[in-house]
Design a protein around this ligand. Structure first.
Ligand code: F3S
Length: 409
């Protein structure tokens, strides 16, 4: 592989062992994938932040890079941590966990990563240009950047995204090449989603149908008949598809590369009907009141926080049910201006930042069941490798009505 002078210098070790290791790993990945050169990246987005998922291995890895003097060469943002860095006690978390989490954040900061702790970097200034090479981890952000901005990223792991942030480059292969971005599945959607939760259900249903697809860079569906109305519909759709390894989807009439997509690679056609959607809604409804209602997967934007506030205005949460709204610091700052944060907290809810419903080490005795408005959150909260807590699903509006006791289960 051909390396430019700055990468050659990094690889030689003259800029420290951290950058040497990062460049060497990217070189190995590129050569294994048949890349001919490195691409300078517009930005990186780094995952692997929660102490729940990363543990001591993550602390050691980051410490090694920091001690080796590594600093980011590209603008890089960071995924959610396992707690709100200010309000972790209110979340019922242990000081020992908080201490480790804070250490991880400080190590990322020392590596020159912006400690945004958000899975929606595109809502806080890390906005990729159409066609720009980027190196993003976090599946939902990858799907959003590829599909809805038309930027180009492979499905980076926590390690490769961090190495790209440090070295400022990524190997040119896979979804950086136009020919690999063409759809390989056509999905005819006749279901009519009513809200973003339905978009997440449709994404999950498609993802399950395409599971195990042998396409080298993942299934890339072309969706026909779907009419997203808000950016959150697209966030919800992409996040659910990404749960099953979809790195890019084309939505006819909405996504920027759709019109110029060649259709010669289509290997499969599937359908999503109104009956499928109704069945999914029914099967995931709660049968008893939850202990916790968790909204914000992907993290909620300021308009979404505003909407939750408008549903809660003048009301109180019912005894025994908590409501946590997950957002980013940047979006909460906007929602504070509108008074939405005050409205939600006055009603008894919490607007949490820096974290997400998936990576919190929930005290199980406090939270034996969780109600969510997103299929991605539903999928992971139940996962035995993460919280392993029973979860159910309702649209946002009904989640809030359950939390206030207006809707009885
Ligand atoms: Fe974001 Fe966490 Fe959901 S990283 S997409 S809020 S599972």
């Amino acid at each position: 592989m051909k390396l430019e002078r700055p990468q050659q210098e990094m690889l030689s070790g003259r800029r420290g062992p951290g950058l040497e290791a990062a460049t060497s790993l990217l070189l190995d990945v590129g050569e294994a994938a048949g890349a001919k050169r490195m691409l300078g990246i517009q930005s990186a987005h780094v995952s692997g932040v929660s102490y729940l998922t990363g543990g001591e291995g993550l602390v050691k890895f980051l410490s090694g890079l920091a001690e080796g003097g590594a600093r980011a060469s590209a603008y890089a943002t960071l995924n959610p941590a396992g707690m709100d860095l200010d309000r972790w006690k209110e979340m019922g978390l242990e000081p020992a966990f908080a201490e480790k989490q804070e250490l991880i954040i400080s190590l990322y900061r020392s590596l020159g990563i912006q400690t945004t702790c958000s899975c929606t970097p595109y809502e806080m200034g890390n906005v990729p240009r159409y066609g720009a090479p980027i190196a993003w981890a976090e599946s939902s952000a990858i799907a959003f950047a590829n599909s809805f901005f038309g930027a180009r990223t492979n499905r980076e792991s926590a390690v490769t995204a961090l190495c790209s942030a440090l070295a400022g480059v990524t190997p040119e292969y896979g979804l950086h090449l136009r020919k690999e971005r063409a759809p390989n599945v056509i999905v005819e959607v006749s279901a009519e989603p009513r809200d973003s939760t339905d978009f997440s259900v449709i994404g999950h249903h498609i993802g399950e149908m395409l599971q195990g697809d042998p396409a080298e860079f993942g299934p890339i569906p072309l969706l026909r008949g779907l009419r997203p109305r808000t950016p959150h519909d697209l966030k919800a759709l992409g996040a659910s598809l990404a749960t099953f390894g979809v790195p890019l989807c084309h939505v006819e009439g909405f996504t920027p590369e759709c019109e110029s997509c060649p259709l010669r690679n289509i290997r499969r056609r599937v359908r999503v009907t109104g009956t499928d959607l109704a069945r999914w809604r029914r099967e995931h409804e709660p049968s008893a009141p939850p202990a916790l209602v968790a909204i914000g997967c992907p993290q909620a934007s300021a308009p979404e926080v505003d909407r939750i506030a408008s549903l809660l205005a003048g009301k109180r949460l019912v005894e025994g049910v908590e409501l946590w709204v997950f957002t980013s610091r940047a979006q909460r700052a906007v929602a504070e201006q509108s008074g939405a944060v005050t409205t939600i907290e006055k009603a008894g809810g919490r607007v949490l930042v820096d974290t997400c419903p998936e990576v919190v080490p929930y005290p199980r005795s406090h939270y034996p069941s969780i109600l969510v408005d997103s299929m991605k959150a539903h999928h992971y909260i139940r996962s035995p490798g993460l919280a392993g807590i029973p979860a159910s699903l309702l649209p946002t509006e009904r989640c809030v009505r359950v939390a206030t006791g207006e809707e009885k289960l």
